[in-house]
Design a protein around this ligand. Structure first.
Ligand code: MN
Length: 134
């Protein structure tokens, strides 16, 4: 057993996020574990860029109100307590609702080889603004 001290909070990069987003690494499993867990704090209106995960991703909202969209689908609201499952390779983005903070746990696994995630374009305001009122 090992007690791992808090990692500290890092600001999300401008190439992966729009707006101010802060990331705490909660867990990064040592082989044979490939688990990854981050707590991600989104300020109102902030969001990830379009991206996908090689082994899929589970999001669990721990605070606030957010939005999530898969390519080709409508933007969905997500609230504290909700869990969102994204299949392997499905392009999507997630973030805070317009006027709300949102924190989620992001839970995923590294693949046996290759990149954990692939990153694309930032989510334009015109895309983000298609969300339901929250
Ligand atoms: Mn994701």
């Amino acid at each position: 057993m090992q007690v791992v001290p808090a990692s500290g909070t890092a600001k999300g990069s401008d190439t992966m996020f729009t707006g101010d987003v802060y990331v705490d690494v909660i867990a990064s499993g040592q082989a044979p574990s490939r688990i990854r867990v981050n707590s991600v704090h989104f300020t109102p209106g902030s969001r990830t860029a379009w991206h996908c995960h090689a082994v899929g991703q589970i999001l669990h909202v721990t605070y606030g109100i957010g939005v999530v969209q898969s390519s080709g689908s409508d933007i969905l609201a997500m609230r504290s307590g909700d869990t969102i499952v994204t299949p392997p390779g499905e392009w999507h983005w997630h973030g805070a609702a317009r006027n709300h903070f949102m924190t989620h746990l992001a839970i995923w696994e590294a693949p046996e080889s290759g990149d954990e995630s692939s990153w694309g374009e930032l989510v334009r305001d015109e895309e983000y603004d298609q969300q339901p009122n929250a």
